[in-house]
Ligand binder design. Sequence first.
Ligand code: SF4
Length: 377
Amino acid sequence: MSGIYIHIPFCKQACHYCDFHFSTSMGKKEAMVVALQKELFLRKEEFKDEVVETIYFGGGTPSVLETEEIQSIIDSVYEYYSVSEHPEITLEANPDDLSTEKIISLSNSPINRLSIGIQSFFEEDLKLMNRAHDASEAENCIKEATTYFDNISIDLIYGVPDMTNERWKKNIDKALSFGIPHISSYALTVEPQTALASFIKKGLVKNVDDEVAQAHFHILSETLEAAGFESYEISNFGKPGYFSRNNTAYWQQKKYLGIGPSAHSYDGVRRGWNINNNPKYLKSIEKGELPMETETLSVTDTYNEYVMTGLRTIWGVSLSRIASDFGQKYHEYALMQAEKHLKDELLHIDGDTLLTTKKGRFLADGLASDLFMVNLG
Ligand code: SF4
């Protein structure tokens, strides 16, 4: 099982909180589509023994591409790679791109899953985030999308300054009213070098508050679980049969190829990352050179990543796998570090599996970091 991630590095405008790689200048869009196809060709040997189960268009904003451009990239995947019979093919899309016409043309393409960047149904939140869409576009695009797609996920952001618990609950209820089967939801984080960080520093916007975010997370979990969603990862909630196959494979350390500027790859041993600069990426690919750096993960790196991703998911961390894949000293260390959190009921052990409790879920990243190993090869 393996996947291909394709990064589309363009956005109509910069959201105030975002530190992903994108350009707001669309001048090189066509050249980028050609370059992405060429990178797929250049890297086909890396996946010669793999069957591609998932294809994921992320960004940036993949929905700024015309459907024909998306189709031509998918055609290249099929030309150079072996693709399973029923792959999951996801497109991240923003509401302002999803006209009825676009939704219909996408539904006639191989795309079979839409991940829509709603973030909020409230105008004040969307303005603060500097999203390119407004509240009515958010609602209308979901109504239209559910007519043509069954497998839809939406993104929602909580912990936004001035977002009350009531407004957050209304956001979730609104999302549920459309009958969509998957929601990804993240706490607003203040990344350095973003407009949001600068507004907070100047006192123009209130800072985010961990306690508010935690309260929002509990409202989210309770509301979605009561509505039949399973919290299969700390930020991802799906109805049975609708968990993201792409993300699940990623959390389970499956191989993936990352195509496009800033995209990351993993082959089971090494991580690679492409240059996060569009002109340099284009130039390099034009010359037939991969603009990629790689690092071989040490046993400790791989253990730490396994603990980090495992504790965020319902699959948890297998203690016997720690012993067999990383060695007895890692197994003993993990149990020793987990002891306090087991007593505090933030972690629990079910058979062979170490998991967060309901109480510990929101704290998964901090709990994982307590189990991280340092200074061992
Ligand atoms: S649309 Fe997405 S990638 Fe683009 S700036 Fe906004 S959050 Fe970042």
